[in-house]
Design a binder for this molecule. Sequence first.
Ligand SMILES: Cc1cc2nc3c(=O)[nH]c(=O)nc-3n(C[C@H](O)[C@H](O)[C@H](O)COP(=O)(O)OP(=O)(O)OC[C@H]3O[C@@H](n4cnc5c(N)ncnc54)[C@H](O)[C@@H]3O)c2cc1C
Length: 504
Amino acid sequence: MPSLSLNKNQSRVIVVGAGIGGLTAGALLAHRGYSVLILDQALVPGGCASTFKRQGFTFDVGATQVAGLEPGGIHHRIFSELNIDLPEATPCDPACAVYLPGESTPINVWRDSQKWQEERQKQFPGSEPFWQLLTTLFNASWEFQGRDPVLPPRNLWDLGQLIQAVRPSTLITAPFTLFTVGDALRLCGLGSDSRLRTFLDLQLKLYSQVSAEETALLYAATALSVSQLPQGLFHLQGSMQVLSDRLVESLERDGGKLLMRHTVEKINVENGKANAVVIKNQKTGEVWTESADHVVANVTVQNLVELLGENAPSGYKQRVAKLPPTSGAFVVYLGVEKSAIPADCPPHLQFLYDINGPIGENNSLFVSVSHEGDGRAPEGKATIIASSFVDFTPWWNTQDYEGLKQKFTQDAISKLSQYFYLKPETIIYVEAATPKTFAHFTGRESGIVGGIGQRIPTFGPFGFANRTPINNLWLVGDSTHPGEGTAGVSYSALTVVRQIQAQN
Ligand SMILES: Cc1cc2nc3c(=O)[nH]c(=O)nc-3n(C[C@H](O)[C@H](O)[C@H](O)COP(=O)(O)OP(=O)(O)OC[C@H]3O[C@@H](n4cnc5c(N)ncnc54)[C@H](O)[C@@H]3O)c2cc1C
């Protein structure tokens, strides 16, 4: 059996998965004195926020922009505690330039609040009451979240943490707990403003997985407001990988260990308590069981049920089985000549092509473009990454997977050509990722990405808890509150670390 050097005198924690959620939990636990072992089945850490290199280009696999780097932001807080440098980053301004079908001028989501207010008043006349409601809810929710509530609570300690985060100002959010964005639009007399609704559908699909009609209002208030100062979105210098690399550095400095290409095949449970994991070393094929005091699962809730097998509590299993279908992603990665990029191209753009078509399935594309000197492309060249949410089922059922991938790739390039100058002479490198690719490289069942969707029955107080029904088994990552994104999963990691500490 390989020696994993888990220190027998310290409380031992095994973390399944080195995504941003698992790395953050592992690094914090190691820093707070636990003996930590992180296992990941992939070649490089970072999961959906990792990168790969081809022909001199560096491509971000999934996540391309980061929230929470400002003072008080979650990455900032965690990096300060770990005493590691925050990655260098440039603010995204606009955070996104959104092009609706047939329109040649974008809706610019500016970083400056005043400028964004002027833009939306110009773009969506009469919509200010809706935005003001969002701002009010955001201010209250943001302060509440900053006091580290545990959501949803599962025992008295969790409940205590939740209650201590509530202030009189939080109560303003209470009547809106069961509201969707669609309800708020109707409340503000904007139910039939189809242009505003299309814009919201597009933006919310990125953050909540679902349309404005379904997205929980309290979630949307945060998702639609963090792009403005004093918060804001950032583009990391170098690549997204820097986030993971710094967390690994911190983990190892504090005595923790990360083993890549090690798959956890099973989580063992005895007397209602997780006590070990079964590990397979992919290089040698060796399989063994490693015991632990706590197991932190940085996987999707669907994967967690798989890992528990017959130990999964039946109620939990049924709840997961009944979740509405979640999306996969199709992503095309292009290495191009700089001449393919229009002058003054913003770093992030979103396009909708057919107003009657779906949001996703290449009918909408979220695009991230590198800029000179950001470390992603050789001089005079650039990267373009375009992603779209897709139904994952056809990708697994088709008889002609390569044909479908080719078709999606060509279709995406042809749509991108309406904005970028994409010709054989400007395209240097093309690669695409499908739900099958994500399943392979991130281990996520069926290649689903982005969490469980922020509908009323699955967001915040009604979502999946970090504290699972099995003692000493914890869930971190985008299936839990506050949802997808590197900032979101870092919150979930911090919550689990506090819960473990409170127990020991
Ligand atoms: C196309 C796309 C674009 C996105 N854009 C953004 C963005 O711009 N900004 C943003 O903040 N977020 C974005 N996101 C979301 C963000 O990337 C994720 O929410 C976040 O990175 C998820 O982190 P995680 O730690 O929960 O899980 P993951 O990143 O999925 O990490 C889980 C890790 O666990 C490992 N693993 C799984 N099962 C096992 C097992 N059995 N044994 C061992 N290891 C295992 C995997 O290999 C993986 O490394 C995007 C996602 C996608 C797909």
